[in-house]
Design a protein around this ligand. Structure first.
Ligand code: AMP
Length: 400
């Protein structure tokens, strides 16, 4: 079964085409700068060759037409006809309280998603554009939505409610949802496979540390807490997002700088976090390089980043009453040897103890803890696209 996985963002469309039966990625790439000058499709072929096709990609439908055209092109294609695409899986950021798992997309699901765009105005409208385009371009081909929030729908009320008037939760569904669910779900289940353990009775913390970052507490195989909240701005310090911030400080900044709600939202989402602290970049590699060269604010940024992750690990171990497995994933979690070390320092009291030579690894599934440590610490490269393809296969197989 060939499954096309789409991740439609506001100005980009990532795709991956799977032959899911044989677990092979046939083609993957990205359309960038949709609706802007200089838009292009970049494809990474199986042999490592990268092909770039520049064009006037005015909207998501045209972007997907480029992708489909490339998939069947004589020179770079992998299919003889687009009819060989059996199903499409879409990453959808927000599933609200309505979706606690992946779903087959029918008219009713589309209507519900349209009603929910207010919850994720930056993401869900773009995800919907991909769904609309596919309805037109591949009519009759089943489509499936896989939600970033779904994995966290198992959180108990005490962890997802905010201390605000209950009426506001009832009226507007203001609560913590959590994101990166597909990634946390993938690495958590890989961890159980790697260690050959049953998740029941196990207490697992997964740290997805990328440009966006979140920690999830997984007990008995389900998410019981996570650091992102109503929006992805809560929790850890991220590339450009503040993470946890006193609302009093937000009000104070708005008054002093005389800025609106929209502007403060841009400030906390796009100009804060590691970029705001260091003044250098949101990119961890550049910050680490600067810190090694003695840049004081880069060093401060790294310390703050690690400290916040450490605090979440401690609080989730307390919330679950213990810890068996700690997982690092995402660009930083998978690759930054020094950040993992900084985070795990002085956590021996929890049973966390890194083996420095095992920790010297990048982008490879590895147990980086000492052999006799109580907690297994694992590096697991995430693969959200694979999860989307697998969920799509499962749902489509059971359609009839
Ligand atoms: P992601 O959003 O998962 O793609 O992760 C992006 C982040 O991973 C960026 O901050 C990168 O700087 C960081 N990253 C990627 N490779 C490395 C590396 N070798 N060392 C440190 N950080 C890295």
């Amino acid at each position: 079964m060939n499954i096309l996985v789409l991740n439609s963002g506001s100005s980009s469309i990532k795709y991956e085409l799977f032959d899911i039966t044989n677990h092979i990625v046939l083609s993957k790439g990205i359309v960038e700068k949709v609706g802007m000058k200089g838009s292009f499709l970049k494809v990474e072929k199986q042999n490592g060759e990268v092909v770039k096709l520049v064009g006037e990609i005015l909207d998501h439908k045209i972007g997907i037409e480029y992708i489909l055209g490339m998939l069947v092109s004589e020179k770079h294609g992998v299919l003889t006809s687009i009819n060989q695409i059996n199903a499409v899986g879409h990453r959808v950021v927000h599933g609200g309280e309505e979706f606690c798992g992946s779903v087959y997309i029918n008219d009713e699901v589309i209507k519900t998603l349209e009603k929910m765009t207010e919850l994720a105005p930056l993401h869900n409208p773009a995800n919907l554009k991909g769904i609309y385009a596919m309805n037109t371009l591949l009519p009759g081909v089943p489509q499936v939505a896989v939600f970033d929030t779904a994995f966290h729908q198992t959180m108990p009320k005490k962890s997802y409610m905010y201390g605000i008037p209950y009426a506001l939760y009832k009226k507007y569904k203001i609560r913590r949802y959590g994101f990166h669910g597909t990634s946390h779900r993938y690495v958590f289940s890989r961890a159980c496979e790697m260690l050959n353990i049953n998740p029941i009775d196990k207490k697992i913390i997964s740290c997805h540390l990328g440009n966006g970052a979140s920690v999830a507490a997984i007990k008995n195989g389900v998410s019981v807490d996570t650091s992102m909240g109503f929006t992805p701005v809560e929790g850890l310090i991220m590339g450009t997002r503040t993470g946890d911030l006193d609302i009093g400080a937000v009000n104070y900044i708005m008054n002093k700088e005389e800025i609106s709600g929209d502007t403060i939202s841009t400030l906390v989402n796009k100009f804060s976090g590691m970029l705001g602290i260091t003044g250098i970049s949101s990119d961890m590699r550049e910050i680490e390089t600067a810190a090694n060269e003695g840049h004081e604010r880069a060093k401060l940024g790294l310390d703050m980043y690690a400290y916040r992750v450490k605090k979440y690990i401690g609080s989730y171990a307390a919330a679950m009453g213990g810890l068996d497995v700690l997982i690092f994933t995402g660009g930083i979690g998978e690759n930054s040897v020094s950040m993992r070390k900084l985070i795990c320092e002085e956590l021996e009291f929890l049973g966390i103890s890194l083996d420095d030579s095992n920790n010297n690894v990048r982008g490879k599934e590895t147990d980086i803890s000492k052999a006799d440590a109580r907690v297994r610490v694992l590096v697991i490269p995430t693969d959200e696209e694979l999860v989307i393809a697998q969920d799509t296969e499962e749902i489509v197989k059971n359609l009839n």
